[in-house]
Design a protein around this ligand. Structure first.
Ligand SMILES: NC(=O)c1ccc[n+]([C@@H]2O[C@H](COP(=O)([O-])OP(=O)(O)OC[C@H]3O[C@@H](n4cnc5c(N)ncnc54)[C@H](OP(=O)(O)O)[C@@H]3O)[C@@H](O)[C@H]2O)c1
Length: 250
């Protein structure tokens, strides 16, 4: 069973903890956060600080850490996990350029995956959409995103999809309605057919499912910096033998 530490226990982290707790492949050993908030997490909790964290790790060893805290936190724990060979799955949505370079550098010594979109569903949607775009570059592409009424900005995920498909942001339509958690749809308009790829977020626990997938997959690989696409692509290559296609009657 893989021993895991979780950094960050906010809206996302608390949901991730529930998923990791319920997954028999993992044992959630501790939670680290910025404050000493007295909320009962059901796990040992430490305040993440550069002077005390290495000793905490030695007393509470883990195989991997998941980061759902803040872009600055990796500078507090990075060297401590590098020295101990601990795997890192970071879900931080936006790192400054220098921090991203530092995280890539950690990949020289430990297994690292950093993903601003960690749900399995959205990553699969992006992956499938890119394949279809490659196969049918002539098809029209529109992206529709729907979120709760008060979300002010265009969804970052929709912008990411547009970037990956190399279409203009003007191809994104945003709808704001009631309490929709998150809906992303990529529509491919062919001359005689239409393909729709749709993802609906239901609960934040989906972040935990994505982190669990990354932990499980990363464990198969040597130290390095991996993206979600790397993990999906390797899985498809290995398990579905893509790339060794033979004529059906060879
Ligand atoms: N990749 C994805 O798909 C995805 C999905 C959801 C969220 N995220 C990212 O995950 C992060 C957290 O999101 P959230 O909505 O859960 O935020 P949140 O509710 O504000 O919670 C942040 C948590 O991180 C802790 N924290 C903040 N700075 C820290 C530091 N320097 N050291 C240790 N702990 C620190 C906080 O500690 P205290 O509790 O002590 O204040 C809190 O527990 C954000 O970067 C967000 O963008 C990514």
């Amino acid at each position: 069973m893989m021993k895991v530490g979780l950094i960050g226990y906010g809206k996302a982290g608390a949901a991730v903890a529930r998923v990791i707790d319920a997954d028999e492949r993992f044992e959630l050993r501790w939670i680290a956060r910025r404050t000493t908030d007295p909320t009962d997490t059901g796990h040992p909790v430490t305040r993440l600080a550069a002077d005390s964290f290495p000793a905490w790790l030695d007393r509470h060893p883990v195989d991997a850490v998941i980061d759902f805290s803040d872009a600055s936190a990796v500078h507090i724990y990075g060297e401590a996990i590098r020295r101990r060979g601990i795997t890192l799955v970071s879900a931080i949505s936006a790192y400054p350029k220098e921090t991203l370079a530092y995280i890539r550098d950690l990949g020289r010594d430990i297994r690292v995956m950093s993903s601003p979109n960690i749900t399995l569903g959205i990553n699969f949607l992006m992956f499938a959409a890119r394949m279809l775009r490659r196969i049918a570059p002539f098809a029209d592409v529109e992206i529709v995103e729907q979120h709760f009424r008060d979300k002010p900005e265009i969804s970052g995920t929709a912008r990411k999809i547009a970037e990956k498909l190399e279409v203009d942001n003007e191809r994104i339509t945003s709808l704001r309605l009631g309490g929709i958690v998150g809906h992303h749809e990529v529509i491919f308009g062919f001359p005689y057919q239409t393909v729709r790829l749709v993802h609906d977020s239901i609960r934040r626990e989906a972040f935990g499912t994505g982190a669990a997938f990354a932990l499980h997959e990363l464990a198969k690989y040597p130290p390095g910096f991996y993206t979600y696409d790397d993990l999906l692509l390797n899985l498809i290559r290995q398990d579905l033998a893509v790339g060794s296609a033979q004529p059906a009657h060879a």
